[in-house]
Design a protein around this ligand. Structure first.
Ligand SMILES: Nc1ncnc2c1ncn2[C@@H]1O[C@H](COP(=O)(O)OP(=O)(O)OP(=O)(O)O)[C@@H](O)[C@H]1O
Ligand SMILES: O=P(O)(O)OC[C@@]1(O)O[C@H](CO)[C@@H](O)[C@@H]1O
Length: 312
């Protein structure tokens, strides 16, 4: 069982628009509402592929109730911790060429007492989980010290911890000795203070995060695929998608597929890339099912060309 923790979940509303024009009234085509937040998406992707997980989510207000209903509707096993604030709603505007504009709310303030309740809920069930996967932004309220403390306690208790976050929260996961971190290109650049231009730069940045405490680094690079750096060495892979439809949640699908594939070596990276590519081909933040996965287009190599330039 995998335990996902989304400290700042959302109700995701996606609207399809012909073209984004500032200052105009835009008429939406298709629209859909999904339960959202990065850990929630990892749970949804695992479930879509028949794998068990429990999603821990602080929830509050009408949107919190809606999130719980949406998760129930999809059959996601959850542990909802009530908070006083209102769960956020995030908006996606999707254009026909695959361009996605996202507007994410900051999220409700989570008080110290509420964060302690969420932490206790996580720690109470963590020992039964194969992985504890903490994903997404931190809500306003909890200090980085409190977040770092949660990560450290999980690692000290013997949990395999994965962290997919940004800025200080990502670095706290690294410093706590997370078994896995999953930065995207921007998060990696922020973590090491340098914009990667080549595959070699990415590998070097991943090695720096490993030296700082992370067991493995899975760097997601959008159309440039993903790089895995762990104790076994370096693997790079791509899975081209001719017409991307929506990249929302692609990183979450990549992470879920990587964990489902055993979280190690070429087989796991191949699985992650297949799930990521499938998510990109689906609308909104829809997570891929087995029927959506095509592993034949994935290529993974232990011997990448470090001078390969990333897409600008
Ligand atoms: N344009 C694309 N073409 C092909 N594959 C893509 C594309 N964009 C994303 N992917 C796949 O999805 C994975 C995750 O993408 P990305 O690096 O954008 O994650 P992310 O920024 O964490 O996404 P999110 O935060 O929306 O979940 C990539 O590693 C790749 O496998
Ligand atoms: O604001 P955060 O926590 O960084 O990201 C939240 C979010 O954009 O991430 C998911 C896609 O990865 C969406 O379901 C959700 O709206």
């Amino acid at each position: 069982m995998i335990l996902t923790v989304t400290l700042n979940p959302s109700v995701d509303r996606a609207l399809e628009v012909d073209a984004l024009v500032r200052g105009e009234v835009l008429r939406a085509g298709d629209s859909h509402i999904d339960p959202g937040g990065k850990g929630v998406n990892v749970s949804r992707a695992l479930l879509a592929n028949g794998l068990r997980s429990t999603a821990v989510v602080p929830t509050g207000g009408a949107e919190g109730d809606q999130l719980v209903d949406l998760l129930k509707g999809e059959g996601v096993d959850m542990l909802a911790v009530p908070i006083a604030g209102r769960t956020r709603s995030n908006i996606t505007l999707a254009e026909p060429d695959g361009t996605v504009t996202k507007i994410n709310e900051a999220g409700p303030v989570v008080s110290d007492a509420e964060f302690a309740q969420v932490s206790d809920a996580v720690l109470a069930v963590a020992s039964a989980a194969d992985w504890v996967v903490i994903c997404g932004s931190l809500p306003p309220g909890p200090s980085i010290a409190a977040f770092a403390d949660l990560c450290e306690r999980l690692v000290a208790a013997g949990s395999r911890l994965a962290v997919d976050s940004s800025g200080p929260a990502l670095l706290a996961g690294v410093a706590a000795g997370a078994a896995l971190v999953k930065p995207n290109r921007e998060e990696l650049a922020e973590a090491v203070g340098a914009e990667p231009a080549t595959l070699g730069d990415v590998i070097e940045a991943c090695e720096r995060l490993r030296a700082a405490g992370a067991g493995a680094v899975l760097a997601s690079l959008g159309a440039d695929g993903a790089v895995l750096v762990d104790a076994d060495g370096v693997l790079c892979g791509v899975s081209p998608v001719p017409v991307p439809r929506s990249t929302v949640g692609a990183g979450d699908a990549l992470l879920a597929g990587f964990l489902a594939g055993g979280a190690r070596g070429s087989a796991a990276l191949t699985e992650g890339l297949a799930w990521g590519a499938a998510a990109v081909s689906l609308p909104g933040s829809r997570m891929p099912t087995p029927a959506d996965l095509d592993r034949t287009h994935v290529s993974v190599t232990p011997d990448p060309d470090p001078s390969r330039r990333l897409h600008p």
